[in-house]
Design a protein. Sequence first.
Lengths: 138, 144
Amino acid sequence: MSRETRLLMICPTSDVTPEMLARTIHAMGEPVGLKETCYGCLVEGEADVVRRVTDKVRDMEPYAIFSKRRAYRMGDPVRCRAQHGTRPGYSQLEEEWSKLPFIRAGLIAAEKGEVPPERPKREKLPVLKFKEICEVKE
Amino acid sequence: MKVFIDPPNSMILFDLVERFGHEPLSTMAALQERVDNLEVDMPPMNVTLDDVVRGLKYAGIEVPSGVRGRLAVWGPLIEEADAAIIVDDAPFGFGCVGCERSELMVKYLIRRRGIPALRLQYPETEEDGIEFVAKVKGFLEGLQ
């Protein structure tokens, strides 16, 4: 028996709300702990059960919900903001949250089998060209 | 296959690697072992004194202890990995990724191991996102 805590985050362009997500997981009737948060929710329980819940959520909303494991338990006093935990900040999550719409678009395109257009490689600027740019024209 | 992700706490990479059928090696799993075994008892640190000593395997004694501490967590993951996905130029001012020197060491260790590695940049537009996912998917499918 090993515990797993999983963080489920909703893509900002999705219509799903944390409340809807929490209700859906409750309705599954799986033996997991659940905490609704501003970005989605936290799920905690035995590893295989949590995996099952994550898979079901992913099947229901394949492009709207992203997840990762979390080292600390739900509401761990050293991590929890509500108790002024000593490990502050969700800066990484916040940063990645803002990029989720792009990843969502990528996943939808990959599902459709779209191939991204080839982009021209960035080449180094020739010295002469650089010199031209630097020279001040009167 | 086991895929090391860098930044090691990245949700995007963790999710994508899992979606495409591989096992992501991340900081979270490594730290969970320490949290569950009550090794981490010195807030606000995420590593123990033993970890910093263990980090000597991956970085010299003259290297700052912060780098050694990070490598003590990430080093064993890199040794365990069959492949790696690296996001270059990630914003470094946050989280456990907040050290450019550690990042350089991680890239060096991955290169020294000679495992297949994909290097990317975080997407800034929808087109970037499509390219990002396509590259990750292609790389992970090619591993099988």
